[in-house]
Design a protein around this ligand. Sequence first.
Ligand code: ADP
Ligand code: MG
Length: 621
Amino acid sequence: MSLLQISEPGMSTAPHEERLAIGIDLGTTNSLVATVRNGAPEVLKDHEGRKLLPSVVRYLDNGEIVVGEDAKLKISEDPLNTISSVKRLMGRSAEEIKEEGTYVSYDISDADGMIKLKTTAGEKSPVEVSADILKNLKARAEEALGGELVGAVVTVPAYFDDAQRQATKDAAKLAGLNVLRLLSEPTAAALAYGLDKGSEGLYVVFDLGGGTFDVSILRLTKGVFEVLATGGNSQLGGDDFDQRIFCWILEQAGLSLLNKSDSRLLLSKAKASKEHLTESQRAVIHATLSDGKIVNLTITREIFSAITAQLVSKCIDTTKNTLKDAGLKRHDIKGVVLVGGSTRMPNIREAVEDFFDQPPLTDIDPDEVVAVGASMQANLLAGNHAAGEDWLLLDVTPLSLGIETMGGLVEKVIPRNTAIPVAMAQDFTTFKDGQTAMSIHVVQGERDMVEDCRSLAKFTLRGIPPMVAGAARIRVTFQVDADGLLSVSARENTTGVEASVTVKPSYGLSDEEITRMLKESHGKAAEDMKQRELREQKVEADRLLESTASALRTDSDLLNDEERAQIDTLIDKLIQAKEQDVTENIKKAIEALSKGTESFAARRMNRTILAALQGKSVYEV
Ligand code: ADP
Ligand code: MG
């Protein structure tokens, strides 16, 4: 039992009828925690009065763990044990990280496929590192609120896949938090605005953080938030703007090769000048390098805008594409919500305003808006909402989900951009006579062929009663819960046998991969269609060959030698056509074999009817 706490009269931190719940923005660069107190959202501060907690964790060999600003200060001094941007590694294998080109400056091991960071305090998984950040925020909240928390809402990027969401949930559990739900960052931002201002319509959430850019399109209607589309670039953020200033400094000061500590020094000066330029027209960059050389430069807003113009247009181009993806025009958008520290930059604000032809919403601090929205959702889920206040949150699936059918084709069960939570079912059947098991292969992606999609899980449904091919009805149900986790079940109708799987793929997809998969599917639609037709004909050929063979096994006595030889020739021709991979020829050979076996089929039918009638009077039939 926890001890009762007594506070001075009038100083009570929270009315005790309120159940304490928090919202956490677990960011790549910075994290925050907020709560709703006496009906108003509030970002919680640390002892020094700081709201932002740098998402940096330093491990010491005595077991001590330092999180936040103090850890950030040691990045250059102790780079191997000071972990930053761990969010990029969540739910990822070493191989995937390499493929994505994510820069990792730590010693890593990937013994069982899962990535681990080698520190002086032992190997740490990204989940453990994130849990240490979350523990820090949890402690901050408990101290500020003076009580035990009932739970937390933790935000994740809208494009996070199952593996990344699961990893985030695991981190929160490891930190001792009761996760009320995961919430998409843009949805959280919209919540913060939607409820405060009661605005309705189509909104864009433009989130430019330290190392990532995310753009989402949301529809807000009475009490319902729906993510229509997401896009972005996981390698574009405030850090790139710092990098541009850094390069400008090198050029202006005539510097070329720098040692690590000088690079770090100038990079931090670059960042500081960038942030200064948000408030002022010019910033002074002054630094003394290790060889005594002094750098003394002044950068103006004009110069900064010129050297970063390309980055700004990259953001706008991505926004354009996302709108196109959702089938919208820029003038359909009623408002633009700015999220992330980098949207403080005046050149970003101007570009957004120019593009959408309206000033973006900035009433809520762009650093805090996600945490604020999360805290409002947490407050509601904890049961603190006022009477009549009742809302629903919807997100979407970033890629289509489906299963593999014969011939390596994909049948989509849940199309991409479907609002979640969702459950959808589709019926499938057996391919062979007497087939008693069915293998279910769950895939994710937009393409028609299984090998072009991503495999999520495989499982087998057994105990299907033997029937002729095509007679069984197997219902496959896909369910995506509010956190974006997928479970798939298959059920055979007559016996009720069932098998299911919850998909927690060990690793996920980056938004780049999602974008790449989408692009490929657009460019290859015609090719996919041809491939699909060919495969469908081949499946049809196999089905016909299989049923003909089975008929010949049981009833070949109905044929004379000549008829039998004719059918055998047609079978051989179909097999040959199949091997040539020409759709038209397979189609023709199928037709020929079907026609060539027509009278055989009729005779078999008679035999079956006669057998059924045996010993029965006409009246019984
Ligand atoms: P993340 O969502 O990735 O955790 P944040 O939203 O906290 O990141 O944004 C961090 C970025 O915002 C950094 O690149 C930082 O330099 C930038 N930033 C913060 N304040 C300002 C400012 N006043 N002007 C320009 N950039 C800023
Ligand atoms: Mg953020």
